[in-house]
Every structure is written in C-alpha cells, then in structure tokens.
Design a protein around this ligand. Structure first.
Ligand SMILES: [Zn+2]
Length: 410
C-alpha cells in the first residue's frame, strides 16, 4: 500500500474528538468554531506536505497541489467536514481525510501531477443548520440563490452572520468561483450510507449515479381553539392535516417499490404545542428522491393533489415551498473505468451501485465529469452515532483514490 494507513487513522482519531457527542457521535455544525478547529488541523496536515491551503469566502477549505501545467483544468477531490447534529464520525469526513492522505502521499513521493489537484472540504453539505445545504459546492459554481444568506438557524443567526463569524468575506464570492471549464473532473469518496456493500461483503463500491433530491417545506395553517370545547366537525386542526400528509408521502413513494424511489417527512414543528390547544400551525419538511426523474415528478404531482385535498377537508390554508430540486446524475464512464482499474490493481472486486443520498458530487456534476468511490459501512447505518467504517476499509478507499488520481493526472 502506498498511502500511510497509520497516519490516516490518526486523522480520523483527531477528527472524532472535535464535536464529539457521547462515545461515538458527532455534532460539527457548518461554519462553526468546531468546524474551524477541524479545518485548522486539516490545513496543517496539507501544508506540511507542501500544499497551498486557504479557506475561501464560502467557508470551503481548499488545499492545492500544484501541477506541471498550472493553466490546465484541475482535478478536484474531497467531500465535507460538517456533520449532522446527531451524526457519525465518517459521513463526509471520510472523503476529505482519505483525499488528504492520497494527495499528500503524491506530494511526498515528489510526483508533480500534469495538472493541479485541489483537495476540498465543502462548506455546509449537510443542510440542517439553515435548511439548505450543498452551500460550498453551489458557491464555487456561482449557484447560490437570491436571499439565501438571510436564512436563519434555530438561534436566529443568519448565514451571512455565520460566514462573517467564520472569517469569510461575502463580497469576495465572485473571486472564489471556479470559471467554467476550469475543473476537469471531481472525485468524491464517501461511506455508502446503505447496506449493500456490507451485505455482499465488499469493502469498496463504484457509484453509477446519484438520485436527484426534491426537498420541500410545507406550512399548514388552521385555527387554534380549546381542546375541550370545540366540537370535532368545527375544528381546523393543522396537525391532523400534517399527519395525513406524512402518510401520503409514505404511500406515494411506496407505490414504486422495488424501485429506489424514497419519500420522507423529516421534521414537524407544531404551534403552539400545548396539550390543550388545537394545533394552529405545522411547519414540516419532506422529500422525494429517485434516479428516474419521471417517477419523481409523478410523486410530486400526486403529493400536491393530496395536500390540496387534505387542506380542503380540514379547512386549512397552506404554502408549499421547494427548497432544493436537483436532477439525478450519472457518473462518467471513463472515471468509473479508472476507479475499477485501480480496484483490480488491488485485487478488489468492486460492485456498481446507485447513491440514494446526495453529495456535493451531484452539484459538481453540472460543471464537470465526476466519479464516486463508496466505502462499506457497518449495517449501512449513517446519520447516527452508530455509523462505523473500519480503518482497514478506509485505507483501501484512500489507496483506490490515490491510484485513480495518479492514473488521471500522474
Ligand atoms: Zn456526506
């Protein structure tokens, strides 16, 4: 093995302490002092190997290994270092730390790649803090949307304020965008976050494509009243409507099983949330994901009809907002082939699989060819402190990434 597995393990051990909750859990919010602390460590590791490292105005950490031709389109690799509020030690983190290890190995061997290589830790992939994620990847491609800096987290802090506190200068956004054509390809390593590799006893998988997420917010409004006196037929109970929407999302997505169509209602906020007041307002988030866009469009249409019918039945008004709508995307054949060749070199038989979860790679796929390497995680558990990938598998993943990068720009 060319990469240094021991050093890679050390990276994970350091990372696992920054934002640690309980024994194995993590909470490292985007643009937070904890993320900054993690960035400082990662920056130091890359600088020690001679990479040039900066934090850009979107809050991305970027380390560059300069290539022979510095005008040539770069190879980019990485993932994210922010975590879910009740997350694990590997989601996102694996893709950054394995990329750092792969690229500093290249640097230490004195290999000067044909084109420059950027190792990136994207800002706010996870989306929970401001209910809109993939911020850093959308940022560098000039895809931020009107008004999104004014989104607030649960403490009322806006994205703009959080970026300022992180040390970012939002007037420099334009300077930190990557010009069209300046990125040749993007490669992201990630834990699978599903059970297929674990069940088939394969440490590494090759991603064929990423399902497109449609993320929605729904505000349902009824009428508050005394829970003891308002007769049932006269109620405008927003929570009752919300409950029916929860069931509808589940049934709409389930009609396509065994297709990979999935639908979830993830959050429900009830106002005023008193045991003897009929709920007046419910704010909820919901989503559909699919690799087939036609199927996902059907889900969306059916859900809209259902919400309209539920609102009518219960005398509710509502507002449905699309937070994120990204089309599914397939990985480039030539990158899949290169990853497969690297696996073969290591004697690994790596199956191809679709990614249900989205990643920064999905955003990057708009700007360049992309590929993804999956690393097995135990029982497919993710977004949970129980998330686990072995250091052996992670080292293998980093080695596959190392060989793949060298194959492309070595
Ligand atoms: Zn992730």
């Amino acid at each position: 093995m060319q990469i240094n597995a021991e050093r890679l393990q050390h990276f994970f051990e350091v990372s696992s302490e920054i934002g640690k909750i309980g024994e194995t859990g993590m909470c490292r919010p985007a643009h937070s002092p904890l993320e900054k602390k993690m960035f400082e460590h990662a920056k130091g590791w890359m600088e020690a190997a001679g990479l040039t490292v900066r934090i850009d105005s979107f809050g991305n950490l970027i380390g560059r290994l300069r290539g022979k031709n510095q005008d040539a389109p770069i190879l980019m690799t990485g993932s994210h270092l922010d975590t879910q509020p009740y997350g694990g030690r590997f989601d996102g983190i694996a893709g950054v730390l394995c990329a750092i290890e792969a690229v500093i190995t290249i640097a230490e061997k004195g290999i000067v790649p044909d084109s420059s290589i950027d190792v990136i830790a994207f800002a706010d992939e996870e989306s929970w803090r401001f209910n809109k994620g993939l911020f850093g990847s959308r940022g560098i491609l000039g895809k931020l949307e009107e008004g999104e800096l004014q989104r607030q987290d649960k403490d009322g802090i806006t994205r703009e304020q959080a970026l300022f506190d992180f040390g970012c200068d939002i007037t420099r956004f334009k300077d930190d965008e990557y010009a069209p054509g300046s990125i040749r390809c993007f490669i992201e390593l990630h834990i699978e976050q599903g059970p297929i590799l674990d069940r088939t006893n394969k440490p590494i998988g090759i991603v064929s494509g990423i399902a497109g997420p449609l993320l929605l917010s729904l505000n349902l409004k009824g009428m508050a009243g005394h829970a003891g006196s308002v007769p049932m037929p006269l109620r405008k109970d927003a929570l009752l409507g919300a409950a029916k929407v929860v069931v509808a999302v589940n049934e709409i997505a389930s009609q396509f099983t065994p297709a990979p169509t999935v639908g979830t209602v993830g959050t429900l906020n009830v106002f005023p949330s008193s045991r003897n007041i009929i709920p007046e307002v419910v704010n909820m988030t919901m989503e559909f994901r699919d690799i087939e866009m036609a199927r996902r469009d059907t889900c969306e249409r059916q859900l809209k009809d259902e919400i309209e019918a539920i609102a009518q039945t219960h005398g509710l008004t509502y507002e449905l907002t699309v937070d994120t709508d990204i089309k599914s995307s397939y990985c480039a054949d030539w990158i899949k082939d290169t990853i497969r060749a690297s696996c073969v070199d290591l004697g690994l038989e790596a199956p191809e699989l679709v990614s249900g979860p989205f990643h920064d790679a999905l955003v990057m796929s708009d700007a360049c060819d992309y590929g993804m390497i999956f690393v097995r995680c135990k029982d497919g558990i993710s977004h949970n402190p129980l998330e686990y990938a072995s250091y052996e598998d992670l080292a293998l993943g980093s080695e596959v990434l190392y060989l793949t990068i060298l194959n492309i720009v070595g």
